[in-house]
Design a binder for this molecule. Structure first.
Ligand SMILES: Nc1ncnc2c1ncn2[C@@H]1O[C@H](COP(=O)(O)OP(=O)(O)OP(=O)(O)O)[C@@H](O)[C@H]1O
Ligand SMILES: [Mg+2]
Length: 383
């Protein structure tokens, strides 16, 4: 962004003063000067151009200079334009004070002394030049950061993709090996191989998903699906898993919800999987419940609420706001005790936002957590 000159507006009802000010400021090549004799004309010019400085007489035939300053300071586009008041009559301290209170950066007393005005304007000019330079640098740095962030996301996405393919090969082979005749010790080895492979694949998939979300490359699909079937199929593996920990997993879907919905069922399952696996992971005794209910119906859209409630370790109040951030876990011992990378909730939050929904948590330490999702789905008009 090149430095593009300095636009000054002179507002003075005395033609003689305008000539003097023009002569003085005309010596500065970078200045583009506009002069007007009334407040209304000044407002018209301000609407047309972005000025860098306004030199404002106080006594004007229509609006007085103070009122004009008030207008400038009350609008977002003009609030930052520096104002220098200039008066031959209002020179008492109280008027000068009033000028500064209205946001003026300077107050000149007429007759104007050429040298004084030149010094001041040159000072403001150099400030403006520095400000323009800084803005330019900031913009450039921001663009550079965005570029680097995109490059990082693309690198992560590519790497994860490259690792995922051979990892699937390793897992597939390990699963085939499991079907062959093996000694007990060999079976143990293969089981460890498979479970480690699955953990690694989950991390790779999460990183791939998150980098795609960060790069804005995830789009939602609109597919017709059966909510009851979807939830039932999704919950079964968790019921089996929970039995190993002596936990109970239950689910309930409000009867008033139509079976056939339209939306991205794959992403809905992904979010619920994240929430249910967290609930199971962070609960040592008691139960995990998934409750689906209808919040609102508007024409052919249903706003559904999904609550995943557990009786687990809960989340301290100080962490509730941060756990949706990427790579954030409850505390430093979480990875050691529970594994994971802290991406599940960050991915879920981003997905929910793309689905035009919301996610929040209510939790009490040592007694449990409820993750509450609200997502709109269309209903199929054919049913
Ligand atoms: N149901 C829950 N009960 C208690 N703490 C939870 C629960 N769900 C999430 N948390 C806290 O929020 C943190 C972030 O959750 P998130 O799902 O993003 O990461 P993770 O489960 O640790 O790892 P990942 O999901 O990547 O495997 C968790 O580490 C945990 O501290
Ligand atoms: Mg998780």
């Amino acid at each position: 962004m090149p430095y593009d000159g300095y636009k000054v507006l002179i507002v003075d009802d005395n033609e003689g003063n305008i000539v003097v000010l023009n002569e003085i400021l005309g010596q500065l090549k970078q200045c583009e000067i506009t002069s007007v004799t009334t407040g209304n004309e000044a407002l018209k010019q301000i609407l047309k151009k972005d000025f860098n400085l306004v030199i404002l007489d106080i006594k004007l035939p229509d609006i007085d200079g103070y009122d004009l300053a008030r207008v400038l300071k009350s609008h977002k586009r003009t609030i930052d334009i520096p104002i220098i008041f200039c008066s031959a009559i209002f020179t008492a301290d109280e008027w000068v004070k009033k000028g500064f209170e209205l946001g003026a950066i300077d107050y000149l007393v007429k007759p104007i002394r050429e040298e004084q005005l030149m010094n001041k304007i040159q000072f403001y000019l150099s400030l403006h030049e520095k400000q323009t330079g800084l803005m330019h640098e900031l913009l450039h740095t921001n663009q550079e950061l965005e570029k680097q962030n995109r490059a990082k996301s693309e690198f992560l996405a590519n790497m994860s993709h490259e690792i995922r393919t051979p990892m699937n090969g390793v897992l597939g082979m390990a699963q085939l090996l499991q079907l062959t005749e093996l000694s007990d010790e060999q079976k143990d080895f293969v089981n460890i191989l498979i479970s480690s492979g699955k953990s690694l694949l989950k991390i790779i998939n999460d990183i791939l998903d998150y980098s795609k979300l960060e790069a804005g490359k995830v789009e939602m699909e609109e597919i017709e699906f059966n909510l009851k079937e979807l939830v039932r199929e999704m919950v079964i593996p968790f019921i089996v898993e929970a039995e190993k920990k002596n936990l109970q997993v239950t689910y309930n879907i409000g009867g008033e919800i139509s079976d056939s919905l339209i939306g991205d069922s794959y992403r809905l399952v992904q979010i619920l999987n994240n929430l249910l696996s967290n609930a199971l992971k962070f609960t040592h005794c008691g139960s995990v419940q998934l409750e689906v209910s209808l919040l609102r119906r508007q024409e052919n859209t249903l706003l559904l609420q999904f609550v995943v409630r557990d009786t687990g370790i809960g989340i301290p109040a100080s962490k509730v706001d941060v756990i949706f951030g990427k790579f954030i876990q409850g505390d430093s011992s979480t990875t050691k005790n529970f594994g994971g990378t802290g991406l599940g909730l960050a991915i879920s939050k981003s997905l929910v936002a793309i689905m035009a929904g919301t996610i929040r948590v209510e939790s009490q330490e040592n007694s449990g957590s409820s993750f509450i999702l609200e997502i709109p789905f269309k209903i199929s008009t054919e049913h």
